[in-house]
Design a protein around this ligand. Structure first.
Ligand code: X8Z
Ligand code: ZN
Length: 577
């Protein structure tokens, strides 16, 4: 090693300073782009990202030449995280670097601008309005029209996506990864293939529950839509599942609700009837976290967040949480509608913000979650505590329904959480194969639907050709956001919930446990949040659960009464597809 290189420890300190400053600048460019899309903000964001990526790659390459044996364990971990910090690596050729970040900014812009004129109307409407049709309409023609109309948004992304795959892989290889998918799988303190095996293990744990839910949904949807539209044994047409991507099915709840059970709590109705504002919706979420002993959000959060869709400009409506200065310039960006779904999304986003602030005292390289599934799980864990008792305690419900008729409540939650699992898996199983070259561009759409059928048991409304690019109709694909994190989060949140329920001494059914107001549960959670990425994720998991392995048993325990009930309903009805 040449003697003019700085000592490893001071190299890392200088790298942290340089990257912190550049990251703040890039966040600001990204924020302005996401909340005010035009050619200028797109170009500024692309340039800032290209610069941050180029600097990170340069530093990561240098770090790979460090004599790591001279580093303490903390610095060794920093060097490791530096090489793993990017989810998009550009090739070192500056022209190609800018081309890649421009493609991603453009694909994101195309997604945000997607519109469709619903059949029988004359105005183009956005994804939110089309999603409302998917969840509320029971008219098969309207459903198919909204579904097909939105999915056209992917078409223009096909060519740029092919180029993006090529350039992103070139970049990942420069950092020593086999391809971008292998780089994404390397972020879990495991070898990439060992991580893939962990995912498979978790999927096998929950697959039987999914299959029961799928069979029950199919059986009941047949009653509403008829045997010509819903097959007895085959995959379910995607437009009937209440959501644009069939990723969560709570829109179908009114059709699937157990006839004799309590109608459940209609939170949307309650919130709307009280004239709840978007700001008040967020306040509910904030109060949940402060009840655990966490500090309230800073005043700048309320001044700088974007809570509603502006009338006069294009924005990225897909919800996200931000920490612009990596200390306490916390914000969320959402186009809030007063619905139960957004009530939960607010908790999801604030979970990110409270995590970000908790780890802000760590060195810069550790200002991250234990792994990305943890980041996605924190807010959802809070949401699992939104029980009837909790709603009564905060004055949103007058009387708490009796727990003996809770199957409806559990079914509703399963339509949200269990239905999600195979979707959470399929997005990146598909992208992993694309990045690895196992799926060629000519087969993008065919393989996408083969996998969606294989895992989710769904099919498109009508055959889709290769002129379409249906993966592009899901935000995280054009935006280059890895997706396996959500699959993991859907497992982890129940593992956290079960452990925290034990912490507060809850003995009843898990779906009736709420940690609201518990400083003891809060302290446990806080220990994990404050660790950030300082230690490997099993340490963080242990801090909350006492366990060092991800385990779907928490989810299975939570839904055990529902699993029994579903199988009673199904009797001899076919499962699988
Ligand atoms: O993208 C999100 C969050 C932002 S991190 C709103 N989620 C996934 C999705 O919408 O597809 C949360 C659940 C899954
Ligand atoms: Zn999230």
């Amino acid at each position: 090693m040449s003697s003019d290189l700085p000592a490893p420890a001071s190299f890392l300190r200088a790298a942290e300073d340089e990257l912190l400053e550049l990251s703040i600048e890039t966040s600001r460019a990204d924020w302005v782009h996401a909340t005010y899309i035009n050619d200028d903000t797109q170009s500024l964001a692309a340039k800032a990202n290209a610069r941050l990526i180029a600097t990170t790659v340069r530093l990561a390459k240098q770090s790979m030449t460090l004599r790591t044996e001279s580093l303490g364990p903390e610095d060794q971990r920093k060097a490791k995280l530096l090489r793993l910090s990017l989810s998009l690596v550009a090739p070192s050729d500056p022209k190609e670097g800018e081309e890649l970040t421009r493609i991603v900014a453009e694909m994101q812009g195309a997604y945000a601008k997607g519109r469709h004129v619903p059949r029988g109307t004359s105005e183009p409407v956005d994804l939110q309005a089309l999603s409302r049709i998917l969840s509320e309409s029971r008219d098969p023609v309207a459903l198919e029209d909204a579904w097909t109309g939105w999915h056209q948004v992917g078409r223009s992304m096909r060519a740029p996506f092919v180029r993006y795959v090529e350039l992103a892989n070139r970049g990942a290889r420069e950092l020593g990864f086999a391809d971008t998918g292998a780089m994404w799988r390397s972020k879990y303190d495991l070898e990439p293939e060992a991580f893939a095996a962990e995912v498979e293990r978790l999927w096998q744990q929950v697959r039987p529950l999914y299959q029961s839910l799928h069979a029950y949904a199919r059986m009941r949807l047949r009653v509403t839509y008829g045997p010509d539209r819903i097959p007895e044994k085959g995959p379910i047409p995607a437009q009937f599942l209440g959501n644009m991507w069939a990723q969560s099915w709570e829109g179908t709840y009114p059709l699937l609700a157990p006839p004799e059970s309590d109608p459940g709590v209609d939170l949307t109705k309650i919130l709307v009837s009280r004239g709840t504002s978007p700001t008040e919706l967020v306040r509910y979420g904030e109060r949940f976290f402060t009840s655990l002993g966490l500090d309230p959000l800073p005043p700048s959060f309320w001044e700088r967040s974007m809570l509603v869709r502006p009338r006069d400009r294009e924005v990225i409506c897909h919800a996200s949480a931000w920490d612009l200065d990596f200390v306490d310039d916390l914000r969320i960006k959402m186009c809030i509608e007063i619905t139960e779904e957004d009530f939960h999304t607010v908790h999801h986003e604030l979970g990110h913000n409270f995590y970000q602030r908790a780890y802000s005292r760590q060195p810069f390289f550790f200002r991250e979650s234990a792994h990305d599934g943890f980041h996605e799980a924190v807010g959802d864990t809070a949401s699992l505590s939104v029980t009837p008792e909790y709603l009564a305690r905060i004055g949103l419900l007058d009387t708490v329904p009796d727990a003996s008729r809770d199957i409806g409540l559990l079914l509703h939650r399963a339509l949200e959480k269990v239905a999600f699992l195979p979707f959470g898996l399929v997005v990146d199983r598909w992208r992993w194969d694309v990045f690895a070259g196992r799926i060629a561009p000519a087969d993008y759409n065919r393989t996408w639907w083969e996998m969606r059928q294989q895992y989710q048991g769904i099919r498109p409304p009508a055959p889709r050709g290769e002129a379409e690019f249906d993966p592009g109709a899901k935000y995280h694909v054009p935006a280059n956001v890895p997706y396996m994190r959500y699959f993991l989060a859907h497992i982890l949140q129940f593992q956290f919930h079960r452990a925290l329920a034990r912490t507060i001494g809850h003995t009843g059914p898990l779906h009736r446990a709420s940690i609201y107001g518990s400083k003891e549960a809060g302290a446990r959670l806080r220990t994990m949040l404050e660790m950030g990425a300082h230690q490997e994720w099993p340490d963080a998991l242990e801090a909350v659960t006492g366990e060092r392995r991800m385990d779907a048993q928490g989810l299975l325990d939570y839904f055990a009464p529902l699993q029994r009930w579903l199988d009673q309903q199904l009797r001899d009805a076919p499962k699988g597809w």
